[in-house]
Design a protein around this ligand. Structure first.
Ligand code: 8DG
Length: 162
């Protein structure tokens, strides 16, 4: 957690998308924030951990595989309501080592790049995930309602250094 603005909560998190052979490895999130939605494996950055370390740990914990390499493709800033902020580091990986396994947290599934289920993902993903899948970097700013259900504002800048 970043103590940047006194009294405000800024949570740091990661998402990783392994992409190989025309497919992306997604998870169906089984519990916690975003349960029931498809996403890349990821979660909160813990104290004493770098975002990259967190990204590797979350992939291992959620689907029991290792990622040989990670490239940062994006950074997202979310505001939920007026006082809950989240910075998300988004990585792309050239595949995984091992066979993804289902865990209590997530069910893994390789999905063809032209069949990504945006209607079953967070509402903002359609504005930046196509960039990552096309090999382009991005920064995004999104404002949700306090419940995290309705997207109220967005801005995405492609092809930037992240
Ligand atoms: N693709 C996408 N992912 C999002 C959005 N909002 C959002 O929180 N996430 C991701 C970031 C994190 O990977 C995850 C939320 O973090 P979390 O810490 O609650 O995840 P978790 O339930 O797995 O918790 P943990 O493993 O860290 O304990 O959901 C979004 O709008 N789009």
């Amino acid at each position: 957690m970043v103590d940047l603005y006194p009294g405000w909560i800024v949570q740091e998190a990661t998402i990783t998308y392994p992409v190989t052979d025309g497919s992306v490895l997604l998870i169906e999130k089984k519990r916690g924030v975003g349960a029931g939605l498809y996403n890349g494996p990821g979660g909160k950055v813990e104290a004493g951990e770098s975002p990259r370390e967190a990204a590797r740990r979350e992939v291992r914990e959620e689907i029991r595989v290792r990622v040989p390499a990670l490239s940062k493709f994006g950074e997202l800033e979310f505001v939920f309501g007026g006082d809950h902020f989240m910075t998300v580091h988004v990585y792309r990986a050239p595949g995984v080592l091992g066979d993804p396994e289902e865990t209590v947290e997530a069910k893994p599934r390789w999905v063809a790049l032209d069949a990504v289920p945006y209607d079953r993902m967070w509402e903002d993903d359609r504005y930046w995930l196509p960039l990552l899948l096309a090999g382009r970097t991005f920064r995004g700013w999104f404002r949700f309602d306090g419940a995290g259900e309705t997207l109220r504002g967005r801005f995405v800048e492609p092809d930037v250094t992240v």
